[in-house]
Design a protein around this ligand. Structure first.
Ligand code: MG
Length: 170
C-alpha cells in the first residue's frame, strides 16, 4: 500500500517550511547560534558554537516556534509586497513603536523554557548584536517587523535551554 500524501499541516512539513522560510528571509541557524553564544559565553567560558547550534536546532523543532515563525514571516512578506490593508500595512512597514503584536508573538517562543528567557530576550533586543542589527536596518526596503523579535526570541529560548541543561548536568 502507498504511503498517504503528507498534509500541509503535518508536523514534519511544517517544521521543514519554518526552517526554509527563515533561511529565505536571510537568517541562518548559525546566525541565531551566534546570538546564543553572545548571551551565554560570559557564564560558560568553555562554551563552543556546536552546543549553541544544537540548542537552536532543538528550539526550532518545537511546533509553537514553527507556528510563530510562519505567522510572523507571512505578515512581514505581505507587508513588503504591499498586500495588507491599511492601517496595518503602514504600521508594519514603519515598525511603529506602539504596535506590540510582534513582541507578543515572540513571547510565545520565550515562554517555552521559563523565565530566564525574558531577561535574555530583553537584553539582546536592546543591544541588537549580529543578525538583529541587520534585520533592523530600515534602509533595505525589506520588512522584518516580526522576524527580528522572533529571531531574538529563538536565541533567548535556546540560551535558557542551554542554561537549564548545563544546570542539570552539574
Ligand atoms: Mg519588531
Amino acid at each position: 500500500m502507498n504511503e498517504p500524501e503528507p498534509k500541509p499541516s503535518d508536523q514534519h512539513v511544517v517544521e521543514q517550511k519554518a526552517r526554509h522560510w527563515l533561511s529565505e528571509r536571510g537568517v541562518t541557524e548559525n546566525d541565531i547560534a551566534e546570538l546564543v553564544y553572545f548571551l551565554q559565553k560570559p557564564y560558560h567560558p568553555e562554551l563552543d558554537m556546536e552546543v549553541c547550534l544544537h540548542n537552536v536546532d532543538r528550539v526550532l523543532a518545537k511546533r509553537e516556534v514553527q507556528n510563530a515563525i510562519l505567522t510572523g514571516i507571512q505578515l512581514d512578506v505581505l507587508a513588503e509586497k504591499g498586500n495588507l490593508e491599511e492601517p496595518l500595512l503602514d504600521i508594519l512597514r514603519k515598525d511603529e513603536g506602539l504596535y506590540g503584536v510582534d513582541e507578543i508573538i515572540a513571547l510565545s517562543i520565550i515562554n517555552i523554557y521559563g523565565s530566564i528567557g525574558f531577561t535574555n530576550y530583553g537584553y539582546i533586543d536592546k543591544l541588537k548584536p549580529g543578525i538583529l542589527k541587520k534585520l533592523n536596518d530600515k534602509s533595505t526596503g525589506e520588512c522584518h517587523t516580526f522576524l527580528d523579535d522572533i529571531v531574538g526570541a529563538i536565541a533567548a529560548a535556546a540560551s535558557s535551554r542551554l542554561a537549564h541543561s548545563e544546570a542539570n548536568s552539574e
